[in-house]
Design a protein around this ligand. Structure first.
Ligand SMILES: [Zn+2]
Length: 78
């Protein structure tokens, strides 16, 4: 499901946002920014937009419906 985790790790840089270089001594160094995710390391999945849209419609539907307790034509008085 995309709803649970709207952001996925970039496959190219594995969520690091940049490439990893190794110098001559074998130590890890920060390389260039990843082109695919523009250095963020995360990428938005398509399902998130649909989820947001559905959530907004769902909330609007809830607020627009009148409360059942507002009008009771058959309520007894006294
Ligand atoms: Zn990346």
């Amino acid at each position: 499901m995309c709803a649970g985790s709207p952001y996925g790790d970039c496959r190219r840089c594995h969520g690091m946002g940049h490439a990893i270089k190794h110098d001559r001594k074998g130590r890890a160094k920060r390389g260039k920014d990843c082109r695919r995710c523009h250095g963020h390391g995360k990428r938005v999945r398509v399902g998130r937009r649909l989820y947001n849209l559905w959530l907004r419609i769902y909330r609007e539907g809830q607020t627009d419906t009148p409360k059942p307790t507002a009008a009771r034509p058959f309520a007894k008085k006294g």
